[in-house]
Ligand binder design. Structure first.
Ligand SMILES: [Zn+2]
Length: 318
């Protein structure tokens, strides 16, 4: 582990999700030079996933590319380069020595972080966050997030900072959360939480959030109520956090906000109602995003986080 990567050299960005690995060779000015992707061998275990990551590095590597940034699913500790905890989306992923495993396979130094935090970092103004305090929420299958204070992304103990979904939420009282506790925001505001609440109220099954959204669009009152409650719960939690941190920027991304105006209007109203007077002009915004946001965020990790070097110099590249 040594200092940051020089700012002008090309680097490789890898975005590791449960279904796909995306790779890009990124020039020092942020231009994507080469792209490649392949399916994540999620059921084959951590070693197979590390092998696939190394294969992706070889697919985009070019002479002069001297570091790898990995944005990965799960709770990632950038200091140790390991997966602190993870769901079973990738079999055996928790505990994996991600940085060491990939550095050993490629001969290149590796920086790594959680995928939501890497994407969130691209929402901070360049070059060094410019003192912005930002809350970034990703509302999808779960409620993830990232927090930057005065331009610096928070990692926290074991890399766990930004887990907005595990804030206590009055709307979720008594509901079981994926973390094992009860009453957390994720249980009422994530896609599965909204869907489950709709089924509790209506007695009707709904396999997917899209089904609930379609029924709400047709005027079904229980579907509308479940979506609005999830949005309000998220908005209140974000408003409270904005007061706590003194946020200048609040970004709400992920699949759930794509429901549209019904969701966003309820979230914005609940958010605004929580704000203290000095923050009254603050409004949540969608991510600036773009199709390359994930790999660009991954590549940028090589310039902001510790690099983990291979133990030997017999790697396949450079
Ligand atoms: Zn929880």
């Amino acid at each position: 582990m040594t200092a940051r990567h020089p700012d002008d050299a090309p680097v490789i960005g890898l975005d590791l999700g449960g279904t796909k690995i995306a790779a890009a060779l990124v020039a020092g000015d942020g231009t994507v030079l080469t792209r490649h992707s392949l399916p994540t061998p999620a059921t084959e275990g951590a070693e197979a996933v590390l092998d696939a990551l190394a294969k992706e590095v070889r697919a985009v590597w070019a002479p002069g590319a001297t570091a790898i940034g990995v944005a990965a699913a799960g709770v990632i500790d950038p200091v140790t380069g390991t997966v602190t905890s993870a769901t079973d989306t990738i079999r055996g992923w928790a505990g994996t020595a991600l940085a060491a495993g990939l550095a050993g396979r490629t001969g290149l130094p590796v920086a790594c972080d959680n995928d939501v935090r890497a994407a969130a970092a691209t929402e901070l103004p360049a070059p060094h966050g410019q003192g912005v305090t930002m809350i970034y929420a990703a509302v999808g299958t779960g409620v993830g997030g990232a927090v930057a204070v005065d331009g610096r992304m928070l990692h926290g103990a074991a890399g766990i900072a930004g887990h907005l979904g595990h804030l206590p939420s009055p709307e979720a009282e008594g509901l079981p959360c994926t973390c094992g506790a009860t009453g957390h925001l994720e249980a009422i505001a994530a896609g599965p939480g909204i869907t489950a609440h709709y089924t509790r109220m209506s007695g009707l099954p709904a396999a997917r959030l899209e089904t609930v959204a379609a029924r709400a669009a047709e005027g079904e009152p229980h579907a509308t109520a479940a979506i609005v409650l999830g949005a309000e719960a998220a908005g209140r939690a974000l408003g409270g956090l904005a007061n706590t941190l003194g946020a200048d920027r609040v970004v709400v991304g992920g699949g759930v906000p794509r429901i549209g105006a019904l969701y966003l209007d309820a979230l914005n109203a609940a958010f605004t109602a929580e704000l203290m007077a000095p923050l009254r002009g603050l409004r949540p915004v969608p991510p600036r995003g773009g199709p390359d946001a994930a790999v660009l965020g991954a590549a940028a990790l090589t310039r902001t986080l510790p690099l983990h070097h291979p133990r030997t110099t017999t790697g396949a590249l450079r």
